[in-house]
Design a protein around this ligand. Structure first.
Ligand code: FES
Ligand code: FES
Length: 151
């Protein structure tokens, strides 16, 4: 039976009916037009579907939409209210993307890290990104971009 949920998506109030088995990733992409979270594996392994719920990163392919009732969800789109963030600019400056599929999740994971720790060392950065896989870059330019804004 469909159920109404209400939540905030990147600051905007959302109310919609969902099926009990609908996952958040599908709802965000297919019903709400938030295309930054991507479906890389659909089983919790790759991190391309990363979003924030109440300031913490989660894999939206593993979250049922009904679980976000009353919560605050932020996707990469929600970070860009006043243009690119310094972190996003640093990713561009360091050529941290090739295909870009991992980028939204990487940026959200790095954003979460920097909110808690403004001067992370390389090991802390690697650990924060450990749930986000990148098939293209070898990770070095991603870590360089994060390190650059912490100096
Ligand atoms: S699509 Fe969710 S972790 Fe890969
Ligand atoms: S840039 Fe292609 S997966 Fe990371």
């Amino acid at each position: 039976m469909r159920q109404e949920i209400k939540f905030k998506l990147s600051g905007e109030a959302i109310a919609l009916e969902v099926n009990p088995n609908e996952v958040l990733l599908e709802v965000l992409r297919d019903r709400l037009g938030a295309k930054s979270p991507k479906c890389g594996c659909d089983k919790g392994d790759c991190g391309t579907c990363t979003v924030m719920i109440n300031g913490k990163t989660v894999r939206s392919c593993l979250v049922l939409a009904i679980e976000v009732d009353g919560q605050e969800v932020v996707t990469l789109e929600g970070l860009m209210d006043s243009g690119l963030t310094p972190l996003q600019k640093s990713f561009i400056e360091h050529n941290s993307f090739q295909c870009g599929f991992c980028a939204p999740g990487m940026i959200l994971s790095a954003t979460e890290l920097l909110a808690k720790n403004q001067k992370p060392n390389k090991h802390e950065i690697q650990e924060a990104l450990s749930g986000n896989l990148c098939r293209c870059t070898g990770y070095t330019p991603i870590i360089d971009a994060i390190e650059a804004i912490t100096k």
